[in-house]
Design a protein around this ligand. Structure first.
Ligand code: 5GP
Ligand code: ZN
Length: 137
C-alpha cells in the first residue's frame, strides 16, 4: 500500500525505534506513547482490519504479540500492561494497517479503563443469540 505509513515503516522507508523483526512481523515504539515502552506489533503485509487477516496470520500475530509483550514487561519492570486493538474508525483506529498496542501499566499511572454501564433487561439474550447465529453462518 503506497500511502500506508506502517507499510513504509515495515520496509524502513521511514524510521522507527524497532525492537523486533522477523520475516513477517515487526514491533516498534509508538511515536506518541500512552506510557514509556508503548510498543506496536504489525504484520509486514498490509491488512486493513481484523476481518481481513487470514486465520493463520492472526494466529502467528498473537504469538509475536505474546513474545514482545513479555519482553516489554521485563524491560520496563512494570506491574502489568494493556493490549489494545482499535478496529475501525469508530473504535479509534487511525492507521488502517492492523497493529496491536502493548501499553505498560504502572501502579498509580492514572490511566482510566473504558466506561461500563448497566444492562437493560433482555438485551444480553438478544445480542448473544445474534452473535451465536453469526458464528454459525
Ligand atoms: P490507532 O489509533 O490506529 O490504533 O493507533 C495508531 C498509533 O500509531 C498511534 O498510537 C500513533 O501514535 C502511532 N503512530 C502513528 N504514526 C506513527 C509513526 O510514524 N511512527 C510510530 N512509531 N508510531 C506512529
Ligand atoms: Zn500498510
Amino acid at each position: 500500500m503506497d500511502n500506508c505509513i506502517f507499510c513504509k515503516l515495515a520496509i524502513n522507508k521511514i524510521p522507527s525505534a524497532k525492537v523486533y523483526e522477523d520475516e513477517e512481523f515487526i514491533a516498534f515504539l509508538d511515536i506518541k506513547p500512552v506510557s514509556l515502552g508503548h510498543t506496536l506489533v504489525i504484520p509486514k503485509q498490509h491488512y486493513e482490519n481484523l476481518e481481513s487477516v487470514p486465520p493463520e496470520v492472526a494466529g502467528k500475530f498473537f504469538q509475536i504479540v505474546q513474545k514482545v509483550a513479555k519482553a516489554v514487561f521485563q524491560a520496563t519492570g512494570v506491574n502489568g500492561f494493556n493490549l489494545g486493538f482499535n478496529n475501525g474508525a469508530v473504535a479509534g483506529q487511525a492507521v488502517f494497517h492492523i497493529h496491536m498496542h502493548i501499553m505498560p501499566r504502572r501502579t498509580g499511572d492514572g490511566l482510566k479503563p473504558w466506561p461500563q454501564r448497566e444492562l437493560v433487561a433482555g438485551e444480553t439474550e438478544s445480542i448473544a443469540l445474534k452473535i451465536k447465529q453469526a458464528l454459525t453462518l
